[in-house]
Design a protein around this ligand. Structure first.
Ligand code: CTP
Length: 428
């Protein structure tokens, strides 16, 4: 592949933060565009951030960029990295470094290194291409062996035999890149994946790091495809034997998920937990209340360090779908009041999954809930019942529920007076 480094710098000039980065690079030597930024520009895509490598004084470059972009820098001394964020751009800066792994799966020990050493420590060849941004050599391209041909062929290849053993999170990154870029896995790299899994590589990685990689996969534009690739490669099973991904159920559930308040990432996450939740008889009840404590699925999400609101919502969704009642009863004949009784208070991801698990007729009922039934409400409130003389206490809720059930089943119109009368006359 013939790569025109000058075309890369020209394209960079059009991207947010690009002109500032080029100006700073012209003032300081040894500033290179690397990693995902070069890869994406060469693929004609827009990089998510500008990955930049500095061979010289990182702090001086950070300060200059912060000033030009009116941004803020978060510096990680241990890894010699800095993230510069401004309202317009995000620049990921690394000091050129060499790495060694004190133990398989551990975070690396890093020391200052050359550009060549930095490229050689990377995960895949397509991420190991650098374009010089300033100085006499501006536009010069340097890349590891095979990098340019792999980029052209759409191929993911590790740089050395021990790559997945040193850093098994690369197995999860591989699945993410395969799905996002639509690239093939180079045959020898595929063999190394299988060897790493046989050697139990993923068990050397902390649950927190696995969780961080899963969150990145779930944040992809197509989270189900990234997770499906993990399943195909055998990674999910290696992380936990009860994790299971059924692509056809998830795809059907995603089609049911409302665009406004549905969360595709949490639906996919919940789908992974179905088997774990089925074995945990109390999960549906605890999950539905959103306060699930204990149980293997809760433990796993906590170990992976998912934020509590996401953890509870995914558990509630998995509990709803795997817990039985709703999944078993969803059908076109089901009354709206029964639908309400079983689905109210559950997240939309749970109802979508329950619908998809049950086949075409359940999907129809789940769609009815998600698009219509859940929005039905009364024109009266508890205040109206209090004003009409109903004593404070559980009776208020019971009377409102009875009126809502009549309204849901079409036995009551939306006039306030009729609803108040129905609530007051309900046999509770
Ligand atoms: N890297 C690595 N091993 C890891 C993590 C990162 O070798 N476990 C290297 C890769 O070369 C990658 C670079 O660090 O290109 C920056 O990491 P990251 O920002 O996560 O990767 P990008 O390729 O920029 O990915 P994305 O497009 O998802 O931002």
């Amino acid at each position: 592949m013939d790569v025109d480094g000058t075309a890369v710098t020209q394209r960079l000039r059009e991207l947010p933060g690009g002109p500032e980065l080029l100006a700073v690079a012209a003032d300081y030597g040894g500033v290179e565009l690397v990693g995902g930024a070069v890869r994406d520009i060469l693929l004609g895509a827009v990089p998510r951030e500008l990955d930049t490598l500095v061979e010289s004084d990182v702090q001086a470059v950070v300060d200059a960029l912060v000033e030009r972009l009116d941004g803020e820098a978060t510096v990680h001394e241990r890894f010699g990295t800095a993230l510069i964020s401004s309202p317009v751009a995000q620049i990921d800066l690394v000091r050129a470094r060499a790495e060694s792994y004190p133990a398989p799966g551990a975070l690396p020990d890093v020391r200052p290194g050359t550009l060549e050493q930095d490229l050689a420590r990377r995960d895949f060849t397509v991420n190991a291409i650098a374009v010089a941004l300033g100085g006499d050599g501006a536009g010069q391209v340097r890349a590891t062996a095979h990098a340019l041909e792999d980029l052209q062929a759409g191929r993911l290849r590790v740089l050395h035999e021990r790559s997945f053993i040193d850093d098994p999170t690369r197995l999860l990154r591989l699945a993410r890149y395969t799905s996002r870029l639509g690239f093939e896995i180079e045959p020898h790299t595929a063999e190394l994946v299988a060897q790493a899994l046989t050697a139990g590589a993923l068990s050397t990685v902390s649950a927190a790091r696995v969780g961080a990689e899963l969150r990145l996969a779930l944040a992809e534009p197509e989270p189900s495809s990234a997770i499906e690739e993990m399943a195909r490669l055998g990674l999910l099973q290696a992380i936990h034997p009860a994790l299971d991904f059924d692509g056809s159920v998830v795809r059907r559930a995603l089609r049911l998920l409302p665009a406004d308040d549905g969360r595709a990432d949490l639906l996919v996450l919940a789908s992974l937990l179905l088997e774990l939740v089925v074995g945990d008889s109390g999960a549906a009840r605890r999950g539905r209340s959103g306060s699930a404590r204990g149980g293997p699925a809760f433990q796993l999400l906590s170990d992976w360090q998912f934020p509590a609101p996401d953890r509870d919502r995914a558990l509630a969704a998995a509990g709803t779908a795997a817990g039985g009642e709703l999944t078993a009863e969803l059908s076109p004949e089901m009354s709206d009041s029964r639908l309400y009784a079983l689905a109210d208070g559950t997240p939309p991801e749970g109802v979508a999954l329950a619908g998809a698990l049950g086949g075409a007729e359940s999907e129809q009922a789940a769609a009815r809930w998600l698009t219509e039934t859940r929005y039905v409400s009364l024109a009266i409130t508890g205040e109206d019942l209090l004003a009409a003389g109903v004593p404070q206490g559980p009776e208020i809720g019971l009377r409102l529920d009875a009126a809502l059930a009549m309204r849901l089943d079409g036995r009551l119109d939306d006039g306030r007076d009729a609803q108040l009368r129905a609530a007051l006359e309900a046999c509770i």
